[in-house]
Write a protein that binds this ligand. Structure first.
Ligand code: NAD
Ligand code: UDP
Length: 318
């Protein structure tokens, strides 16, 4: 199959491409390298079944493919808030063009949506039937509302134009290749502890998140794409931790002497987040298998290698 991955030079996209290439597919990657890096795809660059196209999905493009994994969009609050109007354009115009492409070539289309569509949830854990509690005008809205419109577009193309669609609602995912200065919590704490800096806990640290290791997530995306359910389907690890517990776990794994420093909680930061994954279990026979301690070890190993080789292109930040 010829498979398009938008945002394929990024964290999740590059792990997905590794898997698709290993399965002998013909893979086309579109990326504008905002938060993605060629280095993540270096091993495929001269492969005859791999194409890397520098392209911004806010512009249309004509390609012939069988499946589209639509991941292009910055995922870290630091990156998506840097240029919020661009984030909205990426989610709205970008998704519109990719759905248009899927319609024209009759490709199956998978949207990488997010647990952020649930906002600061009043229902816990969050099932797919929950409609969410999202501030439409806050600093996270460019991403949350952008993804909500992307879901709307996806289902409207499905109903109106019979595009074959899949929607994954991805919960916090982590692993090797996250940018050192990504700004998300696991990459921040790991990089800080390795460099002997204080771990920056925002707010009281009592807010919760559930962390899914990237290989589990990639399994879920591929199973959703090739299964019969349109979704939306939650993909995430239902083990819930407070941010403070996470900081302590990373402290213990790397350096118990680094202090924890409390900093102000950003606006609209969700208080609790945990996926209800009954649907993924039932329809995809999927559940996460990598425990947090093991996933953290692998992530620490990767960060430690990159931080100790500042000349290595893998270290270079966008
Ligand atoms: P990432 O920032 O590492 O990857 C995003 C990729 O998209 C990058 O390679 C970036 O350069 C590219 N991109 C951004 N805007 C683009 C544009 N306009 N045109 C072309 N390329 C563009 O993030 P990630 O963690 O790999 O996330 C991938 C997808 O999964 C995103 O859609 C994100 O919303 C979704 N998601 C991720 C998480 C998570 O915890 N990682 C959680 C929920 C949803
Ligand atoms: N967070 C933190 N310190 C950091 C980065 C993030 O305490 O250095 C907190 C953040 O306020 C949030 C949680 O960790 O409550 C997860 O943040 P992240 O940006 O990783 O993901 P999201 O908020 O989008 O789930």
């Amino acid at each position: 199959m010829r498979i398009l991955v938008t945002g394929g030079a990024g964290f999740i996209g590059s792990h997905l491409i590794d898997r698709l290439m290993a399965e002998n597919h013909d893979v086309v990657c579109l990326d504008n390298f905002y938060t993605g890096r060629k280095h993540n795809l270096l091993k495929w660059i001269n492969h005859p079944f791999f194409e890397l196209i520098r392209h911004d999905i806010t512009e249309p493009i004509r390609l012939e493919v069988d499946q589209i994994y639509h991941l292009a969009c910055p995922a870290s609050p630091v990156h998506y808030q840097y240029n919020p109007v661009k984030t909205v354009k990426t989610n709205v115009m970008g998704t519109l063009y990719m759905l248009g492409l899927a319609k024209r070539v009759k490709a199956r289309f998978l949207l990488a949506s997010t647990s952020e569509v649930y906002g600061d949830p009043n229902v816990h854990p969050q099932p797919e039937t929950y409609w969410g509690n999202v501030n439409p005008i806050g600093i996270r809205s460019c991403y949350d509302e952008g993804k909500r419109v992307a879901e709307t577009l996806t289902f409207d193309y499905h109903r109106q134009n019979q595009v074959d669609v899949r929607v994954a609602r991805i919960f916090n995912t982590y692993g090797p290749r996250m940018l050192v200065q990504d700004g998300r919590v696991i990459s921040n704490f790991v990089a800080q502890a390795l460099q002997g800096e204080p771990l920056t806990v925002y707010g009281t640290g009592k807010q919760t998140r559930s962390f899914c290791y990237v290989s589990d997530l990639v399994d879920g995306l591929i199973q959703l794409m090739n299964g019969e359910q349109t979704g939306p389907i939650n993909l995430g690890n239902p083990e819930e931790y407070t941010v403070l517990e996470l900081a302590q776990q990373i402290q213990n794994l790397i350096n118990p002497d680094v202090p924890i420093e409390f900093q102000p909680l950003p606006m609209d930061d969700p208080q609790r987040r945990c996926p209800d994954i009954d649907k993924a279990k039932m329809y995809l026979n999927w559940h996460p298998t990598v425990p947090l301690s093991e996933g953290l070890q692998r992530t620490i190993q990767d960060f430690s290698t990159r931080l100790s080789n500042p000349a290595d292109p893998a270290y270079i930040e966008v």
